[in-house]
Design a protein around this ligand. Structure first.
Ligand code: AMP
Ligand code: ZN
Length: 473
């Protein structure tokens, strides 16, 4: 049976079969980073799990167009439009201009992307490129009575909507729990949940980046950026919108409100949210001061692919607690895995039936709400299977299109060769033990099969008085 992707849709609050608007094509939008500082490994968890989604879609044969914004203006310390402007705070901290900060941290972000084998989105658009588009959409919202001016700012009037909380479906009090610091009140709003579309002189006189608009010189709010950038590149009907769970409210809730008010119809069908990375003190966040970056992990000797594997081993909808201890274990598991694959001989035929059967199992795991832990089980089962090395190698290469762990090449990188021998030795000793057990149970056919299998790999067994010895043929 053909595998079809199911995943949890925050909008309908259940796992659903994924059906794109256009057969075979997927439009996907991702909230990108606010480039005022390095991404922490929590942010990167979110992008790793979205990469799993993109690569699963590609693996299943979809043609995917993915767009990501870069927030280089308009994001305040609190997601509810209060507090300091993050970009200005970053520029002050480093005695640089906002654009210098933006450039530096955008580069750092994509450096992390590359180190984690994350596929770069097809379009990456900084918010400052799209000011005209924001003004156009805000203008229409004003015309149609969805937005109002107050205290110099333009706000979206959430009372104009029937179901502002369609995505989050909770009380406002509950929703504020996940929101970042500094939730102070803005007296200009008509309703508590209203949000800023355009800031003018009421805020930050020292704002470096500002543009002329029908409502005065100012700059856009954070939420409007994502709606406009998505519509600009992906049109009026979006298949999948991604982010971390903290984005559900208010950010994604506001995106739906303004996009659907502007379009006059439903905008996005599937909302995909990744749960948080935590440490012992709770959700990892930049506002806490010390935060873990990928470079820091690298400076401590951790391979970024080990962090990727750590994330993939757990389900995207569960919180994941980070600890060095678990990462150490994952490092050992990764080394063992890639060395085992490096020890495979690429000789012989690929067993097509077995290849198809394992591919099917791998797809089934992914199609079940991206069960990546199960996908690893399929990989390990496959490596234990009684089938030619060529088949195993071909499957490892195939699975790596989604897992992106350099499964067939990492074990051959510098310094890995000695380990390959150690790995081979461990494998042979394990096989010798198994053969001994088979003989004890008088299962001579199995014992002979093990001897033959080792011979195929160039290993000769000798039964001596001191026990079984082995050598390379
Ligand atoms: P930011 O650069 O702060 O806008 O965040 C970028 C992305 O990382 C957003 O999609 C957030 O939802 C996500 N995010 C923030 N903190 C975490 C965390 N601790 N774990 C996982 N994802 C996170
Ligand atoms: Zn966004």
């Amino acid at each position: 049976m053909e595998n079809r992707l199911h995943f949890y849709n925050t909008l309908t609050r259940r796992e659903e079969l994924f059906v794109p608007n256009v057969d075979g094509k997927v439009s996907m939008y991702t909230c990108g980073p606010t480039v005022y500082h390095y991404a922490h490994i929590g942010n990167l968890r979110s992008y790793i799990m979205q990469d799993l989604l993109v690569k699963t879609l590609l693996y299943l044969g979809y043609d995917v167009k993915r767009v990501m914004n870069i927030t280089d203006v308009g994001h305040l310390a609190s997601d509810a439009d209060t507090g300091e402007d993050k970009m200005i705070a970053g520029a002050k901290r480093e005695h640089k201009t906002v654009m210098e900060i933006a450039r530096f941290y955008t580069e750092a972000f994509f450096h992390d992307f590359a180190r984690l084998n994350l596929r770069t989105p097809d379009v990456v658009e900084p918010a400052t490129n799209c000011i005209e588009a924001f003004i156009h959409v805000i203008g229409k919202l004003m015309e149609e009575g969805y937005a109002y001016e107050s205290g110099g700012n333009i706000y979206f009037d959430t009372a104009k909507l029937q179901d502002y909380y369609v995505l989050s479906n909770q009380s406002e009090k509950d929703l504020m729990v996940g929101v970042r610091e500094d939730v102070s009140e803005d007296g200009n709003k008509r309703n508590k949940s209203d949000f800023v579309l355009w800031f003018t002189k009421s805020k930050f006189e020292d704002q470096e980046l500002k543009w002329d608009s029908p409502w005065g010189v100012g700059y856009p709010g954070w939420h409007i950026e994502c709606s406009c950038i998505s519509m600009k590149h992906l049109g009026e009907r979006l298949d999948i919108h991604c982010g971390g769970v903290d984005n559900i409210f208010p950010h994604h809730t506001n995106e739906i409100a303004q996009s659907e008010a502007y379009l006059g119809h439903k905008w996005c069908n599937y909302w995909f949210h990744v749960h948080h990375l935590t440490d012992r003190s709770g959700k990892m966040s930049k506002s806490k001061g010390d935060f873990l970056t990928l470079s820091l992990l690298e400076s401590k000797g951790y391979d970024p692919r080990v962090y990727r594997m750590f994330c993939l081993q757990s389900h995207y909808r569960k919180p994941l607690e980070f600890s060095y201890e678990v990462l150490d274990n994952m490092g050992a598991a990764y080394d063992k895995l890639v060395k085992r694959i490096a020890a495979l001989k690429q000789e012989g035929e690929v067993d097509q039936e077995m290849f198809a059967a394992y591919r099917e199992r791998f797809q089934t795991a992914l199609c079940d709400d991206l069960n990546s832990a199960m996908a690893f089980t399929v990989l390990y089962d496959m490596l234990k299977e009684d089938v030619s090395d060529a088949t195993k190698y071909a499957l490892a290469e195939d699975f790596d299109r989604v897992l992106s762990l350099d499964l067939t090449t990492a074990g051959l990188e510098d310094g890995a060769e000695n380990h390959v021998d150690a790995e081979l030795e461990a494998y042979v000793l394990e096989q010798i033990e198994e053969r001994k057990a088979a003989k004890k149970e008088k299962d001579f056919a199995k014992a002979d099969a093990i001897r033959a299998r080792l011979l195929e790999k160039g290993i000769v067994l000798e039964d001596t008085r001191e026990g079984v010895k082995w050598k390379k043929a």
